[in-house]
Write a protein that binds this ligand. Structure first.
Ligand code: S3P
Length: 171
C-alpha cells in the first residue's frame, strides 16, 4: 500500500490460532524480510512456555515476554514479527508498537481457531476448557488488538498464500 516503506516492520497480532506464525513465515519469504516469532524467541531465551508458566507463573512470563519483544522493536532493521496472543496486554508493548510498525490484527472464527490449536496443547492459558477460555480471552483482548493495529484481516477459511497476498497489498 501507499504507506509501505521497506524500513518499517510488519507486526502480526491476534488471538491464539489466528495464524500469526504461519502468515508471518510466508510474508517474510515473499517480502524478502527477516521473519521473527516472539514465542520462538522466548523459547530460545527461556525454554518451553508451558514449563516457564508452571515454574514462574503468568506475571513473570508477561514480564519476560515484554522484554523479548522490546528488544526486537528497538532494532532498526525491517522484519516481519509475529507476536504471542497475549503480548498486547503489556502497555509498554502497545506503546512501542506506535512507532515504526505496520500492525495487522488477524481475526478468526472460534471453530477455526480451535481446530488449529490442537486442543490447546502447549498453550497454558487455555488449560481447562479451551473453547470457553479462548472466547473469554478474546473478549478481554479484542479492544487491545484494535487499539494497536491499523488493519484487521479475517483469516477464517483463507489460505496462507492468499492472506499474505492480501496483507502485502494492504500495508
Ligand atoms: C498466549 C499465546 C501464545 C503464547 C503463550 C500465551 C496468550 O502465543 O505466547 O502461550 O496468552 O494468548 P500464540 O498466540 O502464538 O499461540
Amino acid at each position: 500500500g501507499p504507506g509501505w516503506s521497506p524500513d518499517r516492520r510488519i507486526v502480526l497480532v491476534g488471538p491464539m490460532g489466528s495464524g500469526k506464525s504461519t502468515v508471518g513465515l510466508v510474508l517474510g519469504r515473499r517480502l524478502g524480510l527477516q521473519r521473527l516469532d516472539a514465542d520462538d524467541l522466548f523459547v530460545t531465551q527461556h525454554g518451553v512456555i508451558s514449563d516457564y508458566f508452571s515454574r514462574n507463573g503468568e506475571p513473570a512470563f508477561r514480564q519476560a515476554e515484554e522484554e523479548v519483544i522490546g528488544e526486537v522493536l528497538s532494532r532498526a532493521e525491517p522484519c516481519v514479527l509475529s507476536l504471542g496472543g497475549g503480548a498486547v496486554l503489556s502497555a509498554q508493548t502497545r506503546d512501542r508498537l506506535r512507532h515504526g510498525s505496520h500492525v495487522v490484527y488477524l481475526t478468526v472464527a472460534e471453530d477455526a481457531a480451535l481446530a488449529r490449536l490442537n486442543g490447546g496443547l502447549g498453550r497454558p492459558v487455555l488449560a481447562g476448557d479451551p473453547g470457553r477460555t479462548w472466547r473469554r480471552i478474546l473478549a478481554e483482548r479484542h479492544a487491545l488488538y484494535r487499539e494497536v493495529s491499523q488493519w484487521t484481516v479475517d483469516t477464517t477459511g483463507r489460505s496462507t498464500e492468499d492472506l499474505a497476498t492480501h496483507i502485502i497489498r494492504l500495508v
